[in-house]
Design a protein around this ligand. Structure first.
Ligand code: PBG
Length: 331
């Protein structure tokens, strides 16, 4: 009768909850999450973002409270994005260099509230500060010029490091910026400030709600295709990552997340460097929309997507769902 039984029963280790727990290959904890937060002026202000249901811009007091919440939930790091008032935006994005800008005040408030219990990641790019919504300086033709932009990004990075940022995260995709920022951090007494480069950042349709959140969507003319990557390319992503590692990045990011799991996997296999995925605003909004439309259960959809990032090789994930996911993981 031996031929009538399967030699191997894959279902045996799936037959009970304890066995599934024991055989699970990939685990996720709140320490795998980075929580992006939007900062706005004022005090006691919470502004819901229509295209990101469940996410608000907070004034600095609220940001400090969110950071304390992150610590309590076991989330190790928050990422800050300012919604700069229109009258402080300019063609050269000079507000990015103001030591008293929203970003710097938010960094200090979080440090006051949480000490060194939390990592503070700051985005480096000019789009929250420019009147034209591009990530850098533009020439007469509207082209984002590389080297002059890098010079400003270096000053922006130093401004954030002086205020107390732990991780500088350049999201601008200019060439050579990681090297220039690393050098400036070393020369100005910030040897332990990390760089997490948005190494493979694609020109994506998934960023729409974010541009609403930082107030740049109405300003942006054209697109960002002369610096962000073509979604059709993956060898090019490996070259970007190789360069950023050589230039001094401590970790790299792939962005957006879910549509680019193959890139995460290739980067991890090829370089073995810590890789983070940014589950971007459009991805967040799609999960919320699915729940609202009765298509699926938000928590289940979310956790399945998050474990996919870890399975692909990520050390962690930036997600607006970080507090929701941490609560699920903690219970
Ligand atoms: C800007 C920046 C963007 C995001 C993070 N930093 C938008 C863009 O490149 O236009 C997108 C994040 C998201 O969609 O959640 N430098």
């Amino acid at each position: 009768m031996s031929g009538s039984y399967p030699n191997v029963r894959m279902r045996r280790t799936r037959a009970s909850g304890w066995a599934r727990n024991m055989y699970r290959e990939t685990v996720m904890t709140p320490a795998d999450l980075i929580w992006p937060l939007f900062v706005t002026e004022g005090s006691g202000v919470e502004e819901p973002i229509a295209t990101l249901p469940g996410v608000s811009r907070w004034s600095i007091d609220g940001i400090a409270a969110r950071a304390r919440e992150a610590v309590e939930l076991g989330i190790p790091c928050v990422a800050l994005f300012p919604n700069t008032p229109a009258d402080k935006r300019s063609d050269d994005g000079a507000e990015a260099l103001n030591p008293d800008n929203l970003m710097c005040r938010a960094i200090k408030a979080i440090r006051d509230a949480c000490g060194s219990d939390i990592g503070i990641l700051t985005d480096v790019a000019l789009d929250p500060y420019t009147a034209h919504g591009q990530d850098g300086l533009i020439d007469a033709a509207g082209y984002v010029v590389n080297d002059d932009t890098v010079a400003v990004l270096v000053d922006q990075s130093l401004n954030q490091a002086e205020a107390g940022a732990d991780i500088i995260a350049p999201s601008d995709m200019m060439d050579g910026r990681v090297h220039a920022i690393r050098l400036a951090l070393e020369m100005n007494g910030h040897p332990n400030v990390q760089i997490m480069s948005y190494a493979a950042k694609y020109a994506s349709a998934f960023y729409g709600p974010f541009r609403d959140a930082v107030g740049s969507s109405g300003l942006l003319k054209g697109d960002k295709k002369t610096y962000q990557m073509d979604p059709a390319n993956s060898d090019e992503a490996l070259r970007e990552v190789a360069l950023d590692i050589a230039e001094g990045a401590d970790s790299v990011m792939v962005k957006p997340g879910l549509a680019y799991l193959d890139i995460i996997y290739r980067v991890k296999q090829e370089f073995g460097i810590p890789v983070f995925a940014y589950q971007v605003s459009g991805e967040y909004a799609m999960i919320e929309a699915a729940q609202a439309a009765g298509i699926g259960d938000r928590d289940a959809l979310l956790m399945e997507k998050l474990i996919a990032f870890k399975r692909a090789g990520c050390s962690g994930v930036l997600t607006y769902h970080a507090p929701v996911a941490a609560r699920i993981l903690n219970c």
